[in-house]
Write a protein that binds this ligand. Sequence first.
Ligand SMILES: N[C@@H](CCC(=O)N[C@@H](CS)C(=O)NCC(=O)O)C(=O)O
Length: 205
Amino acid sequence: MLRLYDYLPSGNGYKVRLLLTQLGIPFELVEVDIIKGLTRTPEFLAKNPNGRIPTLELEPGVFLSESNAILYYLAEGTSCFPTTRLDRARVLQWMCFEQYSHEPNIATARFWIQHLELTAERRAALEQKRVLGYAALGVMEGHLQSRTFFVGERYSIADIALYAYTHVADEGGFELSPYPAIRAWLDRVREQPRHVPITYRPSRK
Ligand SMILES: N[C@@H](CCC(=O)N[C@@H](CS)C(=O)NCC(=O)O)C(=O)O
């Protein structure tokens, strides 16, 4: 059985838990407390030298990390994966956008607010994240104004990648009321079969 090393509040980890659940793929969840530094132990670094969850153990000793790479690996050949060359590239386009323009601002602001002392220096950095995070939301809003989902009018891993931190953006201090197209898309993602919340953990067999 697949084994997922994860931390429940993590949007990056949630992407993988959500897709595995929607595809009906059973997995064992191994919770790793990132606040206690358990992703930086020699034992964990042997699984992912970058010291981060999510990390998926495909078979004993075979590990894959980076949430969007894991989504890509799991989705191939399923309804969440586009069939045309251009749409596959567009999925990658949005997943790169998520990792460069969205997650480093929206997810990081959420993490800082929830876990770190907001020193004057960090408050200034947070303001910068706010500007860049809202810029990313503006790009998403413009794209979604005339579309149902991010790529090819079908729910795909691009939607999962962007949903993970957008639906909890308020926890990072981002106000979504000025973004009606994003809010309607969040509802459509939530309505997908076998959708589970970020707090989801599979029951132990
Ligand atoms: N680009 C990575 C980012 C993963 C990441 O930042 N994971 C965080 C939790 S969301 C983590 O494991 N932090 C623990 C640490 O840095 O020690 C991905 O998409 O998987």
